[in-house]
Design a binder for this molecule. Structure first.
Ligand SMILES: Cc1cc2nc3c(=O)[nH]c(=O)nc-3n(C[C@H](O)[C@H](O)[C@H](O)COP(=O)(O)OP(=O)(O)OC[C@H]3O[C@@H](n4cnc5c(N)ncnc54)[C@H](O)[C@@H]3O)c2cc1C
Length: 401
């Protein structure tokens, strides 16, 4: 029997997981990635979960805990630097490139077409066609839209589904491990550290260094600080460069205005324990970006389906974007294996992955609700350290609840 062909739009982690798992089941795959080179390292720390390691292992990528920085506990620091909460939770904190790179390397180049933007799709009863920006047409039995939060394919198939601003931004930054003082390192590096000024949240932890280096002394210390910013004024102001150009809901790090960074550093000094404020002050290029929810009410459209961030984006508090993309791909392959009829398989994929994605988004919303810009008016700006330490992020299995 001729091998079935899957067209995959987007060559980041979601597209690569789908490509690898479908190939293992005998599918012919073609990944179309609009970006020309290797995808940029997002410089971000990635919380890992056991499910992620399991799926990577199933496609022959042996990634063990040495792929990241081990965290043994969570602490919460008050403004004076006193530990006001502590919980023993083990986790491994990795880097985006550490997951993306082996996935990309394991896929033969003939399956991966870089600098290929899919502009639209066409479908008939027997096939689906991707129409590329240069006019080329590619035909397959199935099309997987793994094209991210601003998905082109979702905009065509479900134009009403738009990313919804959550009412707050995440400031992110890193410093080199070697730039930390001995005291800062001893207090912070092997722990996930939280700080909870009113209506805000800071999370800081160790992560791999340049080229995903995990050798002691060569790693990095990463922080993410959630702060309310209303959509009409504060968000565009943060994302406007010195020439007056607004870059939307995020801004390239080198373009953040110096006065915005100075204000951030002053606010950090007023709100955080001295070691945390000092790390923020030493960070070279901190940058803000808006936090959004995406929730598609339907994942399949004939022979096309949404996967990963094109389907659901949960706020970073659940630290699950990559694992969810991997689980979506696994769910798709399992549905195709269980149901000989493609329509029935896609129905199953839609049912199972939609339930999971909706629950995950709801959970991330619950964890972030008190950060929303309007939360102050509702008087909901306080979170107890013990609740945050217990509920947050990446420990255990994702069950979406
Ligand atoms: C700063 C940051 C920190 C993060 N931290 C974490 C974390 O700690 N843990 C975690 O699990 N997740 C984290 N995430 C989320 C995680 O990176 C995403 O959930 C994950 O990358 C989703 O994968 P995806 O393949 O669905 O989408 P994306 O990674 O967004 O990839 C979409 C791809 O599609 C391509 N594309 C778009 N349109 C087209 C088109 N028309 N034609 C062809 N190609 C197209 C894009 O170029 C891109 O490569 C973080 C994300 C960011 C930005």
């Amino acid at each position: 029997m001729a091998r079935q062909r899957a067209l995959i739009v987007g060559g980041s982690v979601g597209g690569l997981f789908a490509a690898q798992l479908l190939r293992a089941e005998g599918w012919d795959v073609a990944v179309f990635e609009r970006s020309g080179g290797a995808l940029a390292d997002r410089g971000a720390s990635i919380g890992t979960r056991q499910e992620l390691f399991d799926i990577l292992r199933s496609i022959g990528i042996a990634l063990d805990p040495s792929a990241g920085v081990a965290v043994t506990s969570r602490i919460c620091l008050d403004r004076e630097g006193t530990i006001i909460g502590e919980l023993a939770v083990r986790s491994i904190n990795s880097a985006w490139d550490r997951i993306y790179r082996p996935l990309r390397d394991a896929l033969p180049d003939e399956c991966y077409r870089a600098a290929m933007r899919v502009e639209r799709i066409e479908q008939d009863g027997d096939s689906v066609t991707a129409v590329l920006a240069d006019g080329a047409r590619e035909r397959g039995a199935l099309l997987i839209a793994a094209d991210g939060i601003n998905s082109t394919i979702r905009a065509l198939l479900a134009p009403d589904v738009m990313p919804r601003y959550a009412g707050y931004v995440a400031w992110r930054g890193v410093i080199e491990e070697s730039e930390m003082s001995a005291d800062e390192h001893a207090l912070l590096f092997g722990r996930m550290c939280f700080a909870l000024p009113e209506g805000e949240l800071l999370l800081a932890l160790g992560m791999p260094g340049r080229d995903a280096d995990t050798r002691p002394g060569h790693r990095r210390y990463y922080w993410i600080w959630f702060r309310p910013a209303d959509e009409a004024r504060a968000l565009p102001a943060l994302c406007t460069d010195a020439s007056g150009r607004c870059h939307g809901s995020s801004i390239p790090p080198p373009l953040v205005r110096p006065e915005v960074i100075r204000e951030l550093q002053e606010d950090a000094k007023a709100r955080f324990a001295p070691p945390l404020a000092a790390i923020i002050r030493r960070t070279r290029l901190p940058y803000p970006h808006g936090i959004f929810d995406v929730e598609a009410p339907r994942l399949t459209f004939g022979r096309a389906l949404l996967l990963g961030d094109s389907a659901f984006v949960a706020r970073p508090h659940v630290g699950a974007g990559i694992t969810k993309a991997a689980l979506d791909a696994k769910g798709l392959v399992e549905a195709l294996a269980a149901e000989p009829d493609l329509a029935a398989a896609l129905l199953r994929y839609d049912r199972e992955r939609r339930a999971f994605g909706s629950a995950l988004v709801a959970r991330s919303r619950h964890l972030g609700a008190y950060l929303e810009a309007e939360a102050k008016q509702r008087g909901a700006t306080e979170r107890l350290p013990e609740t945050v330490l217990r509920e947050y992020g990446t420990a255990g299995k994702i069950d979406g609840r």
